[in-house]
Design a protein around this ligand. Sequence first.
Ligand code: IPM
Ligand code: MG
Length: 356
Amino acid sequence: MKIAVLPGDGIGPEIVAQAVRVLQAIGPKFDLEEAPVGGAAYDVAGHPLPPATLELAKKADAILFGAVGDWKYDTLARELRPEQAILGLRKHLELFANFRPAICYPELTAASSLKPEIIGGLDILIVRELNGDIYFGQPRGIRTSELPLFKGAREGFDTMHYSEPEVERIGHVAFQAARKRGKKVCSVDKANVLETSQLWREVMIRISKEYPDVELSHMYVDNAAMQLVKAPKAFDVVVTGNLFGDILSDEAAMLTGSIGMLPSASLDKNNKGLYEPSHGSAPDIAGKGIANPLATILSAAMMLRYSLGMPAEADRIEKAVQKVLAQGLRTADIYTEGTKKVSTIEMGDAVVAALS
Ligand code: IPM
Ligand code: MG
């Protein structure tokens, strides 16, 4: 099985290296092929998603992705910025279904800024649509305003839209995921203001009829942002569009106190997927050897489960991660008094050792 390994920028290479070690230690021989992506690719090939990298991603069975982005690329034209690499991969490979679990590990309850009783045992899943919405909507651009009050001024504009089939396919993914969990779907929208959301809600209600065993509720995105900090455990699966999902998934991740722990999967309709940590490239700590590799290691576990049909091996990795947490090993981001602070590589060593 061929895995495309795209480390990217910032801490990407350090954390991906540890996930690769875990994959190599798990047993079966994977065909791992690395390619540059993001700013690193811009530096060597003049583009954040060079054709060769895209080709590799297309022919691989799954993609292990680190992170992209660095301040030093902030002045580049938008189509050359590192973020275009991940947006391009999602779009070209039709990875429309993004799974972002937010799980609070019992050992890490103290790392959260919320009270233990609010987040202890938290296990929610955000299903974010990844191919549509204002992220990709046309027209977009910067033009001259025609508004009477601001006529002649420069104006930025973007377009939000969702077609019915786009909402249906992400809706089915969410309902099917809920069936395997707590059997609740909360669809998040802004139907009191946006037509896009009004249609989204109609479609969700319609397809929910095919899932009588799953309870569907609806929430406006502002309220959802509030409920996530007030009573996050009331959620099971949250399904939402690209933009709202981007924002809410960061919020949900941080509830657990440890964004460095959370994996994610972005799947196409055949379950081919790209797997990446939920956190970013953290250029401020890049190269220091202190980044937490666990989100990437857990993303590799998700890859084995969702794309490569190897659930037993996925379990083994997840158990190994729980074991190192139970041993009290912590990278700086999840360190609390009384635990043992370790480096990125030491954490990788510990997970590999815990596999056996
Ligand atoms: C994410 C990131 C990306 C997004 C950026 C890097 C384009 O924030 O994966 O959540 O907005 O989707
Ligand atoms: Mg984001």
